[in-house]
Design a protein around this ligand. Structure first.
Ligand code: BG6
Length: 513
């Protein structure tokens, strides 16, 4: 009999693991859509924060590509403005010296020929060995064109044995199952799955990553993390902002595509997944995909009851008047786009059988808060005479994703004194208080992982397809009942009253307020 092979992998102490260098190799970063909003609000500040934290490679360069005609100097000054007062003037100037700009039409070969020349020149200077990251931050309609031309121009091909080429794709990845598949086919003609980084910026948030640490680095939760002890789970992503200047995109998307298909379903998977065998990209992503196969969204005959859609009307937020969605710039005056949705769903496996998951997200709600609330079952009976069991509040574990990031547990406790008086108290871990820092920007972490070639926090194609498979029937239903199924809610409220009724009919209520 053959001797069993022994795999010895290196293990570390906590401190050693923490001190492990995460140093990416020198690389060139090409941002398509560099003169746009996302690049200025998120991408350049994220790269700069990595510089300040000494996490960037020892040499790198950034080429911004855009249709707007700009000189390098004008581009750099726009980025400088976007950085605000973060860091010192010297640090900002040093960062900006790594940036250049290339203006060109995305569908013209000439743009890619010019890009190729620029890359070759900068590779020489920065010793990047042809390691390139192509970041698609353009409107999604341009993704296929850009990827196709990256392929045909030869820019996607590795230039040396040390070269690495990666593609980062911003959401939305498709607008339904078939378009997501088509986009994937187009990308896969040029890039391999292990070169593709599909961004869901929620996965880069510290508190989202912490869900896995919390669940799998503490022994006390796993035994109670199932239908025997958990009554239900709520996931809320509320925003007080309206559609802002993004009506062009949002009118086509609505909250189901914008928040549910990606962020909310990713949160759901982190709460519901089985322990992965390791913290490797594939092990984690396999478990998330397994959850998606067990998710049972409301069936056709339940859609009317279990999916609530709303659109904000005029109202008030923090004492300021807010216009109705239909009066926002760029929005059709008879728009049926939903800006709020709440739904009830289940996960049909041994762990979660019969446990409802309620998901809710909307714009123009009273405040910005993203939270997961895991409500445990009540105690079976009250031993406190004359106190009915319903009076004992069930324990609730809150994962506060943002703001005031932290985790808290609601418990019942005794009031001091001789009488039997009970009330709910909270045990709280506050991220900033515990670690003395505010959580870093999600995009910084995600950029770093792309440079390091770590795909753990990025969506894999099979996961994406599962998410669209779940969403497609909802979107079809939405089309069928677009007028009658859409409820209005005043800006500044928690959505239409039907969203409260969704829980109330089962004797529950939304815990995030
Ligand atoms: C984006 C959506 O993906 O997430 C936006 O397109 C939404 O509509 C945003 O406002 C919310 O992100 P965050 O990090 O502010 O919760």
């Amino acid at each position: 009999m053959a001797a069993a092979s022994t795999v010895v992998s290196k293990v570390f102490t906590k401190d050693e693991l923490c001190a492990l260098e995460r140093a990416p190799a020198p690389c060139g970063i090409v941002i398509f859509g560099a003169s746009g909003d996302l690049a200025h609000r998120k991408l350049f500040p994220a790269l700069f924060s990595l510089v300040l934290d000494h996490l960037m490679p020892k040499d790198f360069y950034v080429i911004g590509v855009g249709r707007t005609s700009l000189t390098d100097v004008a581009f750099q000054s726009g980025v400088r403005q976007a950085l605000g007062t973060v860091g010192t003037a010297e640090e900002r100037a040093e960062f900006i010296s790594h940036l250049t700009y290339l203006s060109g039409e995305y569908h013209l070969e000439a743009t890619y020929a010019a890009l190729g020349k620029r890359l070759a020149g900068l590779d020489e200077v920065h010793q990047t060995h042809g390691c390139h990251i192509f970041y698609l931050a353009t409107p999604p309609a341009l993704y296929e064109v850009i990827v196709g031309l990256l392929g045909s121009s030869g820019l996607a091909a590795a230039r040396s044995s040390r070269a690495c080429t990666r593609l980062v794709v911003e959401k939305p990845f498709g607008h339904d199952l078939s378009s997501a598949r088509d986009l994937n086919v187009a990308i896969r003609r040029v890039f391999q799955e292990d070169q593709i980084y599909r961004i869901d910026h929620y996965l880069g948030k510290e508190t989202v990553q912490n869900i896995l640490m919390f669940r799998f680095a503490n022994a006390i939760y796993e035994p109670v993390w199932n239908e025997k002890y958990i009554d239900h789970v709520q996931i809320t992503a509320a925003e007080s902002d309206g559609v802002e200047h993004r009506a062009g995109y949002y009118e086509q998307a609505g909250v189901l595509r914008d928040m549910f298909q990606n962020h909310l379903l990713q949160l759901l998977c982190l709460v519901a997944m089985e322990p992965p065998a390791s913290f490797d990209a594939d092990a984690v992503r396999n478990e998330k995909s397994k959850v998606m196969t067990a998710v049972s969204f409301p069936s056709a005959d339940r859609l009317g009851q279990d999916v609530i859609r709303g659109q904000y009307g005029a109202g008030e937020i923090e004492r300021e008047a807010a216009p109705a969605y239909r009066n926002e710039p760029g929005v059709h005056p008879n728009s049926f786009t939903e800006t709020f949705a709440a739904l009830r769903m289940e996960i049909d496996n041994w762990r979660w059988h019969g446990v409802p998951f309620y998901l809710r997200s909307g714009k123009r709600l009273p405040k910005r808060v993203t939270e997961i609330a895991v409500q445990f079952r009540r105690v079976p009976t009250s031993i406190f005479k004359s106190l009915v069991v319903e009076e004992l509040s069930p324990n609730v574990l809150h994962f506060r994703i943002q703001p005031n990031e932290g985790i808290s547990l609601r418990l019942e406790a005794k009031h001091p004194g001789p009488k039997v008086c009970l009330s709910s108290v909270t045990m709280h871990f506050d991220y900033t208080e515990a670690f003395g820092v505010t959580p870093p920007e999600a995009y910084a972490r995600l950029f770093l992982d792309v440079m390091l070639g770590d795909q753990t926090l990025f969506a894999r194609q099979d996961w994406l397809e599962h998410s669209w498979k779940l969403l497609d029937p909802l979107l079809q239903y939405e089309k069928d009942v677009q007028e009658t199924g859409l409820r209005s809610y005043p800006a500044g409220s928690w959505g239409p009253p039907e969203a409260d009724a969704l829980l109330a009919r089962e004797g529950r209520q939304w815990l995030t307020r």
